[in-house]
Design a protein around this ligand. Structure first.
Ligand code: FPP
Length: 246
């Protein structure tokens, strides 16, 4: 089994996923877009399980971008309801499986009921020590970076710090992802080869994996294949192959 094979190898600590293709899946099956998203939520649940079984520590799922607020009203409210429904139906099970939930993004834009339920779920799972699932919700990477810069300027105004010693680590501590290691692997489904304003700072050295499979069709086995592919890559971080091998 592929999972047994990949467990022998170098497991990425953090995998990030752009879950793309729900709309096209729906179109192919002559169904409304929201059915594609509902099927996508089932796939997301499977991949949470797959990540936990493989021993991945952090899984970030791009569920809703800041740009997605501009989609038709019905689709936005449908996606919000789906999120509430998924949380309500699956949360007890996730808690039992020691999953910790976090979100990244601009939560001030979320409807009050979604915000409250998400906050409740985060609080209830905060002492869990297994897989951390990070839902990128109302997330945009450029907005995250601008927000970080604003907060840095604010802290400087209140308490001027030594600019010379301001470094990458310090900058990272102002991002939504502070305390979360950068993803080693980024997966995007549906054949689109772009990043779409996702974790721009954090994926500087990530391995990128693109597959034509539409998100609702993406299975545990496909997730393991992506990890197996990652395990065969040589990560050089700007060095040459011989240096990495030694
Ligand atoms: C992209 O497909 C997908 C989204 C914008 C939403 C992702 C949401 C889910 C998978 C379901 C809810 C998630 C959780 C974690 C419960 P698209 O609509 O852009 O597809 P298209 O490009 O084919 O139109």
């Amino acid at each position: 089994m592929l999972i047994d094979e990949i467990k022998q190898g170098n497991m990425p600590e953090h995998v990030a996923v752009i879950m793309d293709g729900n709309g096209r899946w729906a179109k192919q099956h002559n169904k409304p877009r929201l059915e594609g998203h509902a099927k996508g939520a089932v796939a997301a649940r499977q991949i949470v399980e797959a990540a936990a079984e493989a021993g991945v520590k952090y899984l970030t799922l791009y569920a809703f971008s800041v740009e997605n607020w501009n989609r038709p009203k019905d689709e936005v409210s449908g996606l919000m309801s789906l999120l509430l429904k998924s949380l309500a139906e699956q949360f007890d099970d996730l808690i039992k499986n020691n999953v910790r939930l976090l979100t990244i993004g601009d939560s001030s834009l979320l409807p009050q009921d979604v915000l409250l339920q998400v906050q409740h779920a985060i609080a209830r799972s905060s002492s869990n020590t297994g897989l951390t699932v990070i839902i990128a919700l109302s997330y945009g990477s450029r907005q995250e970076i601008v927000n970080a810069v604003k907060n840095i300027l604010q802290s400087y105004k209140q308490n001027p710090f030594d600019i010379e010693n301001f470094d990458e680590e310090k900058f990272s501590s102002y991002l939504y992802t502070k305390d979360i290691p950068d993803p080693e692997l980024l997966i995007r489904t549906s054949g689109e080869i772009r990043i779409s304003n996702f974790l721009l700072w954090q994926i500087s050295y990530s391995e990128l994996y693109f597959t034509d499979i539409l998100w609702p069709d993406f299975t545990k086995e496909d997730f393991y294949k992506a990890i197996a592919n990652y395990q065969h890559r040589e990560r050089r971080f700007g060095k040459i192959s011989e240096q990495v091998k030694s």
